[in-house]
Design a protein around this ligand. Structure first.
Ligand code: SF4
Length: 511
């Protein structure tokens, strides 16, 4: 007996008559307007009059370039050894965070929920939280549970501190199991705010409980702490380790989620992979200094490290490009007191050479970009170095400080003259910008693909989330090596576009 094993992509499958018919019926059901009306509205949405209306809207967000606070809190929790992220609130929110992270990293994401429903909203979610903690301990045996909140628990004002204390009194969680918590309401802030709140909570909790504990070594600590922040690239962790390896210095990464988001397929799934050891946190408090490769995503954590641990703290936006990487290397050298290794000088020279090779295809290219503040600053710096012109910069979760820093960076180069920074705007605003003032290419997450398609320009996928391309997160984008990867992505997109649009006589073999 023969078995039909044809697996079709849905784009092909939907060409079958039966699906075409279904689609037509669906259209009638969902949007009972004529094709002419649809086309008229689409044409109007491309006018300057519509752009003015679009930019005047104040109570509606369309396709924002940000995610919820607790999503960031989940990532922060997964940066620590055997830690279970626990969401107090709705189950649906938790499913969204897990699927969002899974779609980006292509990995399962362990996180549990207290599953509050209507009765929880009316009477408070204390019993949900306590039962949830009890079940979590029994089923998943974590060494730490990191609790954050979804909007429902925040709206009704659940008191996490009191609830967790009650759970301890009821004997649901043992005394030695840390349960740090963070309030992460998503009606303010974004995933980076939630990441920061959870990271600060974990660091301060683990440090406070170690104070006065004679078993915690006070002097034996690596000299340097490193933070990567809300880091969607597991490859960046590996790259940073490689660079620090050249220096030969000891270091502690505070919040290393690369293991959990890049676990091996070894036949059996475990819930916990890698992460910063809980016992490393109090030791890290005795380090000489802390270097953060993000600035806006870890503001409160850095304030805590500086004031609570009394440490020298240096932060910088995502180090992409030569100048930013030079600064990274300089700061590592200053904080550790070690010389810059010669391997890095050679590497730098090779990347400068590669940038020079590609520069004639990139020079003068007008670019639009959207994403998190730290990434955007890294990308602006890189573009200016290769003579690309950042024109539209949309940062939904950027603040005034970010705007000022981005504008100063743009003003530092003639290639930044046309750049405009839009904070608090979304990707529907970006669509209007791309249509009214066209550029050559866009850089951003997968969410930007719709605006890029409407504007008929290619999208270089960089940032979070990237759902529709595979393994991008495995390749670093920081440091000299990461800069080479970013260069490669952008220049080859430009070359592909040249090929796609080339007349027959210009379809060149060599570029
Ligand atoms: S906005 Fe609030 S309710 Fe909606 S998914 Fe995010 S946390 Fe849940």
């Amino acid at each position: 007996m023969s078995v039909e094993r044809e697996i079709q992509d849905f784009n092909d499958l939907f060409q079958k008559e039966e699906y075409k018919e279904l689609l037509e019926r669906k259209k009638t059901f969902e949007a009972p307007c004529t094709q002419a009306e649809v086309e008229e509205a689409a044409a109007y949405s491309r006018t300057d009059a519509y752009k003015d209306k679009n930019f005047a809207r104040s109570s509606l967000v369309v396709n924002p370039a940000k995610a919820c606070q607790p999503l960031g809190a989940v990532m922060a929790a997964l940066g620590f050894e055997k830690t279970l992220p626990f969401l107090h609130g709705s189950q649906g929110c938790t499913a969204y965070f897990r699927s969002h992270l899974s779609r980006h990293f292509k990995e399962p994401v362990p996180a549990v929920s207290s599953s509050m429903t209507e009765d929880g909203a009316v009477f408070g979610g204390m019993r949900n939280l306590i039962e949830g903690l009890e079940n979590s301990m029994a089923l998943y045996k974590p060494e730490m549970i990191a609790v954050s909140t979804t909007c429902m628990a925040e709206v009704i004002g659940d008191d996490l501190n009191a609830f967790i204390e009650t759970a301890r009194q009821e004997g649901v969680i043992a005394k030695d199991v840390p349960v740090p918590y963070a309030n992460t309401p998503s009606f303010v802030g974004s995933h980076i705010t939630g990441y920061d709140a959870m990271l600060k909570s974990i660091l301060s909790y683990l440090y406070d409980r170690s104070e006065g504990d004679p078993n915690v070594p006070k002097a034996d600590s690596p000299p340097l702490n490193v933070l990567l922040g809300f880091e969607p690239y597991t490859g960046n962790f590996a790259e940073l380790r490689r660079v620090l390896g050249f220096f030969g210095s000891g270091y502690t990464i505070l919040g290393d989620h690369s293991g959990n988001f890049d676990s091996p397929a070894a036949g059996e799934y475990g819930y916990y992979y890698g992460g910063t050891k809980l016992s490393d946190v109090p030791r890290a408090a005795k380090a000489q200094g802390t270097l953060s490769l993000q600035k806006y995503a870890v503001k409160k954590s850095l304030e805590y490290i500086e004031s609570g641990w009394g440490q020298r703290v240096v932060s910088m936006p995502t180090p992409i490009g030569i100048a930013a990487t030079d600064r990274l290397i300089r700061e590592i050298s200053r904080l550790t007191g070690l010389e810059v290794p010669k391997e890095l000088a050679n590497e730098r020279g090779r990347i400068v050479d590669a940038m020079t090779d590609s520069h004639n295809y990139l020079h003068g290219k007008r670019v639009a970009m959207a994403g998190d503040p730290d990434l955007l600053l890294g990308l602006i710096g890189f573009c200016l170095e290769v003579g690309m012109e950042p024109v539209h910069i949309v940062c939904t979760n950027g603040d005034k400080e970010f705007q000022q820093e981005a504008e100063q960076l743009l003003a530092s180069s003639p290639y930044g003259e046309e750049g405009t920074v839009h904070i608090g705007r979304d990707l529907w605003h970006m669509r209007s910008l791309l249509i009214s003032d066209p550029v050559d290419l866009a850089i951003g997450s997968s969410h930007l693909k719709y605006a890029a398609k409407d504007a008929d320009i290619p999208l270089v996928r960089l940032g979070f989330p990237v759902f529709d391309r595979h393994h991008m997160h495995r390749y670093p984008i920081i440091g000299y090596q990461g800069t080479l990867n970013v260069l490669c992505l952008i220049v080859n997109t430009v070359l592909q576009q040249l090929d796609d649009r080339a007349p027959e006589y210009g379809f060149d073999l060599v570029r």
